[in-house]
Design a protein around this ligand. Structure first.
Ligand code: ATP
Length: 344
């Protein structure tokens, strides 16, 4: 029997997870805890081991070592039970584009033992006005909402979202983000993978960075990698020949901005702005910068994250993601099928 999942309790618990493909070690000892109601983001460069980890959690891939509990089940041994309790949103579509929104949701609801009423699901993702619209006539953002609706059709406790906004234009991304945020309000737990730092920053309660099969940092986006405690930088540009106090001066960089990393930010800022006011000098472009999530990510992984919206050429209307209902949408994808259906 699955354990009762309550607020504050772990929905996913992973200890010492390992997986190799032949002699390629993909996951080399991962520990992970995802609490009920959390939106948890897995970040990491290509080939880091994110998909392997997620597929093991979903019960679609076997593991070599370690313990895994998802909603109280071992996905390797209780896959069937687990399937009715999880929703999975992949990146490429498997749905019939000539069906209407409500027909599509009803079809997916039919795969589950205790589906959520179709109208309720449609309302949850804000597609009431498109109830009778064919899938092919939906905008990219609306299609993504439908993807999430399909994942919600079986009223799952846990949703897996695979790079939920890759290739989206900015407005479709923001629509998708709102829908995902609302899942937490419903008490759902969400595990998502993403290459976008702004997405993780906006959506996630907790972030884990995977690099080379290991988790190299974990924490809330605001504090991961001690970014909240990192020393801030002051940047400013002088518009005339005024010379600030020596310890606040410096040669301008290529962008014309002088950069300081003071020991005491408040004092330095106070002295710099006080001097500028006294001297009637403008400090154009004055800014205080702390390391962003992207800075921390780069330091941890030694590589660039995807700039927002540029993971792949953004189509005007993005290809819809697919939602795999319990054991149906994956039929025929084979052991490596999930990967084969990814865009990135
Ligand atoms: P991406 O961001 O590109 O999707 P990822 O973090 O999801 O990457 P994985 O797909 O888990 O990474 O891959 C981890 C490692 O395992 C990589 O070295 C990859 O080449 C290898 N790998 C993944 N799937 C297979 C497979 N079916 N057979 C052999 N090697 C694989």
């Amino acid at each position: 029997m699955a354990e009762l999942v309550q607020a504050g309790s772990a929905v996913i618990e992973v200890r010492g997870l390992t997986k190799s493909y032949g002699d390629v070690p993909a996951v080399r000892g991962i520990d992970l805890t995802v609490e009920h109601g959390q939106i948890f983001a897995l970040l990491g460069p290509n080939g880091a081991g994110k998909t392997t980890t997620v597929e093991i959690l979903e019960g679609y891939r076997s593991r070599d070592g370690g313990t895994v509990r998802v909603l109280g089940h071992d996905p390797a041994r209780q896959r069937k039970r687990l399937k009715s309790q999880i929703g999975i949103v992949l990146q490429s579509s498997g749905m019939d584009r000539y069906l209407t929104v409500s027909e599509t949701v009803a079809m997916y609801a039919g795969f589950y033992p205790r589906p959520r009423p179709v109208d309720q699901v449609i309302e949850l993702v804000g597609l009431e006005d498109k109830r009778d619209t064919r899938v092919l006539k939906l905008s990219g953002g609306q299609q993504r909402r439908l993807d999430v609706a399909l994942a919600l059709a079986g009223d799952p406790d846990l949703l897996f979202l695979d790079e939920p906004t890759t290739g989206f234009d900015p407005s479709a991304r923001h629509e998708a983000w709102e829908t995902i945020k609302n899942l937490a309000v419903l008490g759902k737990t969400v595990l998502l993978t993403t290459h976008y730092m702004d997405e993780a920053q906006y959506l996630a309660d907790q972030v884990a960075v995977i690099s080379n099969g290991l988790i190299v940092a974990e924490g809330p986006p605001a504090t991961i990698g001690n970014r909240d405690r990192a020393r801030a930088r002051i940047r400013y540009r002088l518009t005339d020949d005024a010379v600030p106090p020596a310890d606040l001066a410096g040669p301008p960089g290529p962008d014309g901005l002088t950069e300081l990393v003071p020991d005491d930010l408040t004092t330095a800022l106070h002295r710099l702005t006080g001097w500028a006011l006294e001297q009637h000098v403008a400090l154009t472009g004055l800014e205080v910068i702390r390391p962003s999530l992207e800075d921390v990510y780069l330091e941890l992984t030694g590589g660039p994250a995807e700039p927002a919206g540029q993971a792949s050429p953004a189509p005007a209307s993005p290809a819809p993601a697919s939602t795999a209902p319990a054991g149906t949408a994956r039929t025929g994808t084979g052991p490596g099928g999930r990967k084969g259906r990814r865009r990135s």
